[in-house]
Design a protein around this ligand. Structure first.
Ligand SMILES: [Zn+2]
Length: 624
């Protein structure tokens, strides 16, 4: 049994872009925000398979096949979904941990041993800072970084000696540590000839990374020599997961509660300098993309859910803001986060800025911080205006698409309206024009999803279906999307959906599954997490996976359709109508369709079609 099955899935989904995996099998092409390619699951002649890398899903709009990257791997290699998980883990270097039943006490024991080991290692590194060899490191901290002794001691900074085996020898000879534990710690690297190990951190300033409970979970090492890679970190271990940790949180959590906001920055030394200057509510990501787990960690300590981004002022820092923005858009469907960007820092990062102008000026910049969404729109609209100057129509169009996509992804209609006003103001475009663009986009997204979704059917036939007797199928899918996108659903929505008897068996299955999900787990994660649970549950059933991928796709592209309160009512009302209608008329419809199949000539056929249309047209009268 694989012990870290769920963790592997999470890591695969967060770390491996789905288009990368797909492109190993079929050539892909960039299209809008995603990619397209020929579908390998049916005889495809135009690119029907669309890839949404941000959501990590693919969907063929011709044969209906869809799912996440694990689904793709499983289908193309004709394997079971659950068998594909460890295979992909091996492929991408993610550790697979196997366990026997009842192995968890052992796991706890190993974890405790690793905490203990890291403590011993940290004490070793700390001592090295104060011997002759560590002088360069100590000088660097005090002279270049302007850190005082108190802060160096409190944050337990250390030094890894310039040796291949100083730590290894210390631990094996003086501390009698077992080799297995040393390997599990991630502190050692296996030699190329497989003959033994060497120290991972050499001639580096050592910054210990603590978890919320002050255990040492890993280490960051900063080069003291310009030729070396600037930063290296401990690899992921049993006790160290970068995506679910934030540097400095153990020191910052009380102050975050008091100030009711978090200052989020990029580097260890940014945090330490900030803390030395009384910006004690500062934490840093550990060189990874901002994750929902980190957002959850942060919001746990604030009422306001306010996060101030204080990222490097270079291009990479600005790109990081945009990626955090996309991540926040996803997270914020479950919880409202108030994210702001601290701009115009005098230095290249927070650390340098504090040393240049002092903390007062930073506090002022924090006060003047800009809403994240405005920051992102400012960047995009300035790109738009620059393109405008050069009369570059195609580029303008692409940028406009980008803007429209962001607006569509906003769940709150008020927020959306405010932002349309903001963009109009920034670009000098008419608000109505932007609204029109949004409508067009939503319509074309919707059309694309509705017309070609049934397997191997001609679009015309689907059009007919959609407008007629099988409308309940679409209505039920709409209800499921409404259910998932409003998760954890209010009792009102839940009760209303519960009062409806679903007809389609697949839809019923999904609805039952949603009814039984413990809602308290979803406070912060929102629809994305619900979809992951669905995939985890139904991954071996292709027809249900296709349905889930359609839902995932539409939650992404039509978020606004399902968020407005009036739309909710409309979706529920229309669903009730079409389901009732089907229940009342299914026998007549079934009779007529059987007759239609058996009809001998076109005039007989059109006669029956007319009867079907009569039934459909009278829909309102039959409904009660
Ligand atoms: Zn296909």
């Amino acid at each position: 049994m694989i012990k870290n099955f769920k963790e592997i899935i999470e890591q695969l989904k967060s770390q491996i872009p789905i288009h990368e995996l797909i492109s190993e099998y079929i050539p892909i092409k960039k299209a809008g925000r995603g990619y397209v390619c020929l579908c390998p699951f049916h005889d495809d002649h135009k690119p029907s398979l669309q890839i949404n890398s941000q959501k990590g899903i693919f969907k063929c709009f011709s044969c209906g096949t869809g799912g996440d990257l694990i689904t793709f791997y499983a289908l193309i290699n004709k394997k079971k979904w659950s068998d594909s998980v460890p295979e992909l883990a091996v492929k991408y270097g993610i550790k697979v941990e196997y366990s026997d039943k009842g192995a968890s006490p052992v796991e706890t024991e190993i974890k405790n041993k690793l905490y203990e080991l890291n403590r011993v290692v940290l004490d070793f590194y700390k001592r090295q800072l104060y011997i002759t060899e560590g002088k360069t490191a100590l000088d660097y901290l005090t002279n270049e970084r302007k850190l005082n002794n108190k802060i160096i001691t409190t944050y337990e900074l250390g030094y890894a000696p310039n040796s291949w085996n100083a730590l290894y020898n210390y631990l094996t000879k003086e501390k009698n540590c077992h080799e297995e534990l040393l390997i599990a710690s991630g502190l050692f690297v296996i030699k190329e000839n497989n003959q033994g190990y060497y120290d991972r951190f050499r001639n580096r300033l050592i910054i210990p990374i603590f978890n919320e409970n002050n255990n040492v979970v890993g280490f960051g090492g900063r080069a003291l020599n310009n030729e070396d890679v600037k930063y290296i970190n401990s690899p992921e271990t049993l006790i160290f997961n970068k995506g679910s940790n934030l540097y400095g949180l153990n020191f910052a959590k009380n102050e975050i509660k008091i100030k009711d906001y978090v200052l989020l920055t990029e580097g260890y030394l940014d945090v330490i300098t900030a803390h030395q200057n009384n910006l004690l509510n500062t934490v840093a990501t550990l060189g990874t993309a901002f994750t929902s787990q980190q957002a959850r960690l942060l919001t746990k300590y604030t009422e306001s859910k306010k996060i101030m981004l204080c990222l490097d002022s270079d291009f990479a820092g600005k790109k990081a803001v945009e990626s955090i923005f996309r991540q926040i858009q996803e997270i914020s469907k479950g919880v409202k986060l108030d994210v702001r960007v601290v701009t115009d820092l005098p230095g290249k990062d927070l650390d340098e800025s504090i040393n240049l102008e002092g903390v007062e000026s930073i506090l002022k910049k924090i006060n003047d911080s800009q809403k994240l969404v405005n920051f992102v729109f400012d960047r995009i609209t300035s790109k738009y205006l620059n393109a405008k100057k050069e009369q570059n129509d195609i580029e303008k169009q692409t940028i406009m698409d980008e803007i429209v996509d962001i607006v569509i992804s906003m769940a709150d209609p008020i927020e959306r309206n405010e932002n349309i006003k903001y963009i109009a103001h920034k670009t000098n475009l008419d608000e109505e024009l932007i609204n029109l663009k949004i409508k067009e986009k939503v319509k074309s997204n919707k059309k694309r999803h509705f017309t070609k979704e049934s397997m191997g059917k001609e679009p015309e036939e689907d059009e007919l279906k959609m407008h007629s007797y099988e409308r309940y199928k679409h209505a039920e899918i709409d209800l499921l999307i409404l259910y998932i996108s409003s998760f954890p659903a209010s009792n009102e929505v839940k009760n209303e959906i519960n009062a409806i008897n679903f007809i389609d068996e697949k839809h019923k299955l999904i609805k039952d599954f949603l009814d039984n999900l413990p809602t308290e787990e979803f406070q912060f994660q929102g629809p994305h997490e619900v979809l992951n649970k669905l995939i985890l549950e139904f991954n071996e059933y292709k027809h249900i996976m296709n349905l889930i991928s359609e839902i995932a796709w539409r939650i992404d592209t039509e978020a606004d359709l399902f968020s407005a309160p009036t739309k909710k009512d409309k979706i529920i009302r229309e669903a009730k109508e079409s389901i009732n209608w089907w229940v009342t008329n299914k026998h007549s419809i079934k009779d007529l369709t059987t007759k239609l199949k058996e009809s001998k000539n076109t005039s007989e056929e059109s006669d029956i079609l007319v009867q079907i249309y009569e039934l459909v047209k009278n829909k309102k009268i039959i409904d009660t």
